[in-house]
Design a protein around this ligand. Sequence first.
Ligand code: ADP
Length: 202
Amino acid sequence: MNRYVTYLIMGPPGGGKGTQGKILGTVPRFFHCACGDVFRQLDTRTPIGKKFIDYSSKGELVPDDLTVELWHQSIDAQVNAARFKPDIDVLILDGIPRNVSQAELMAGMIDVKQVFQLSCANRQELVRRLRKRALKENRLDDASETVIQYRLKLYEEETKPVLDYFKGLVTKIDAGQPPVKVCYDILGKIWETRNGSLTFNA
Ligand code: ADP
């Protein structure tokens, strides 16, 4: 199997991964996949759906094997439905891999071209965004201060080492800027490093 040409969006909860992923997903030949959305689309009455609620409501990560398998199934389904065409599309991933073990499990499936680190030193700003999201999107995992703090800690301890794993491919972007500028920075870098790809004439 050819590995999917992939751009990763990484950052703390509230850092704007989902916002940027959604915008980028509207660009022709870009396909956006957010791991959190894959989980949220599960039927919560199924054993795996229940498991997700169980972990996410505490701010915990879902176990790696299960996560990567579910993500793989979801991507396969998108390929089969011809929504994602890996021979001509690039994959924009947000929320996965979320630790080094997931990155290792996915190494045979994704060919990572760039990693965008949405960085925000202002923790209070992240918390403010998450609180707002809790109200607007009814997200259980954004509702409690303890869970928010735990997820921010988990990001520092578990997810940040993924940046080292992809050393040399990481572009740090100030996530405190307006969304349009964050998007401009990401697209600028993708364009700059395109290396003969992204011709869009297929
Ligand atoms: P956020 O970036 O704000 O944490 P997400 O929508 O990416 O939000 O994730 C919500 C929850 O879904 C996580 O807290 C976790 O429980 C679960 N989840 C999402 N992606 C992964 C992943 N790659 N590995 C394990 N759990 C995940």
